[in-house]
Design a protein around this ligand. Sequence first.
Ligand SMILES: NC(=O)c1ccc[n+]([C@@H]2O[C@H](COP(=O)([O-])OP(=O)(O)OC[C@H]3O[C@@H](n4cnc5c(N)ncnc54)[C@H](OP(=O)(O)O)[C@@H]3O)[C@@H](O)[C@H]2O)c1
Length: 284
Amino acid sequence: MILVTGGCGLIASNIPGDDLLLTDILPGCAEKLDVTDPAQADQVIRRHRPSAVVHCAAWIDLDQCEKDPVGCFRVNVVGSMNVLSACRAIGARMVYLSTQLVFDGQKRTPYVEEDPVGPLQQYGQSHYSAEQYIRGYENHLIVRTSLCHGQKRGGERYGFIYWVLDSLRAGKKIDVVDGFWTTPVDARDLGKCLRVLIDRKATGLYHYGGAQYLSRYDYAVQAAERAGLDASLIHSIGVEELMKKWVARRPLFAGLDGGRLEREFGVAPSDALAAASRDRKEAP
Ligand SMILES: NC(=O)c1ccc[n+]([C@@H]2O[C@H](COP(=O)([O-])OP(=O)(O)OC[C@H]3O[C@@H](n4cnc5c(N)ncnc54)[C@H](OP(=O)(O)O)[C@@H]3O)[C@@H](O)[C@H]2O)c1
């Protein structure tokens, strides 16, 4: 059995399999497990004795993390250490979801696993700190992923690209930044990839990025064109305009190169744009 923390969240909702035990801070879709409570983490994980724990629980709002670095550290670092300690106690594999935001965005091509990190904000720093503790445990797997879109277990769709496509369908003009390059990921593909890695007992560090490397503007325009929507409603704005509104700094270039995953496990990066456009074409 595989125990999942943050089980009601986006990435956890897309991991296939009927052997998953979902846990989350709020009961409802899952058994209650607040990862910041060491006794609870230890008790729940020991009770179920999973062969692996996929640790998805986190604070993911970059600006919230920047405004409350202690809260961010408590959930993203201490929470991860609590899960790690419980995994160690029973010898379970720890699978950790990390982020492209461990990088500083100075590189103009997607990052590979060997590239040096340099987080620009509390969120990326917290993930990198957690990674370092987790690497000290031999039975670990860390998967860094790029910006995801997809559907949560409750049915809610989540992601920048759905905002774009929904706005265009409603005939609304939108401003989209011409910058912040990434390799967008469809959560369904990431979930399938995680399943392959778990089943094949992968260890170490892997990057998961989509097949396209795009600025947010190009991402929006290309997805709109594929969905047969009017891309002329998308107005490009400069990065400075958006940076003024944000508390946390973001790297200008931050895609991930999934080449190692493809070479070692045959998991090819997905065409995330096609999937998002299809979703919106099929939406009622
Ligand atoms: N989605 C992306 O684009 C993306 C990209 C790169 C990396 N990641 C990383 O991948 C992981 C999963 O991301 P996601 O997109 O699935 O996030 P998500 O949808 O926000 O899911 C995270 C879940 O963790 C829960 N949670 C928060 N605090 C918790 C606590 N103390 N104990 C237990 N659960 C708690 C959240 O509940 P609430 O919603 O009630 O807070 C939420 O259900 C995160 O580490 C994230 O940083 C995500």
